[in-house]
Write a protein that binds this ligand. Structure first.
Ligand SMILES: CSCCC(=O)/C(O)=C/O
Ligand SMILES: [Fe+2]
Length: 177
């Protein structure tokens, strides 16, 4: 996993957009983000049990495998939040998660095969593949596999999960395990 400040230069979202300014693990911890590199599924299974995640699915984001690819890519890259923690494990290929910093700037996380990221409920973020247009990811869910993105707007700023997230960041109460 590599983390850096996004360069904000207009253009293809799939390009690295690396400003050259690195983001430290402490910056990520302060946002409530946890990253691991797990070469085998055993560690993923252990993490799933320890956080009581009962379900999972796999998604292959590429033009040939994902129905309505172009539409989905747009939805993934539209800034949103979830009311659940988001855990993603990259099984193959690579992709970028952009997450909002405390000052509302974009931080880009490049995840490759074996990388796992946990993003807290309420954090604003978006996702894109890289230029190879291929990300195979495992999505972990506590209960039924459901994926509900709430696009950023006045309503999500008032969302209780968003408010809880901001509160927890002030208090530093999200555990970084
Ligand atoms: C790489 S998993 C597909 C994208 C996704 O689940 C998500 O929540 C993007 O923000
Ligand atoms: Fe998401």
């Amino acid at each position: 996993m590599k983390a850096y400040w996004y360069d904000n230069i207009e253009g293809d979202q799939r390009l690295p957009h690396d400003s050259g300014r690195p983001v430290t693990p402490i910056d990520l911890t302060n946002l409530g983000i946890i990253c691991h590199h797990y070469p085998s599924l055993d560690s993923v299974n252990d993490l799933a049990s320890s956080r009581d995640y009962k379900n999972r699915d796999e998604v292959t984001i590429s033009p040939t495998t994902l129905p309505n690819y172009e539409e989905k890519v747009k939805i993934f890259f539209h800034e949103h939040l979830h009311e659940d923690e988001e855990i993603r494990y990259i099984l193959d290929g690579a992709g970028y998660f952009d997450v909002r910093s405390e000052g509302d700037d974009w931080i880009r996380l490049r995840l490759e095969k074996g990388d796992l990221a946990i993003m807290p409920a309420g954090i604003y973020h978006r996702f894109t593949t890289d230029e190879k247009n291929y990300t195979k990811a495992m999505r972990l869910f506590k209960d039924e596999p459901k994926w509900t993105p709430l696009q950023r707007g006045a309503e999500t700023d008032e969302n209780n999960f968003r408010k809880e997230y901001l509160k927890s960041r002030q208090e530093g109460t999200i555990l970084s395990s």
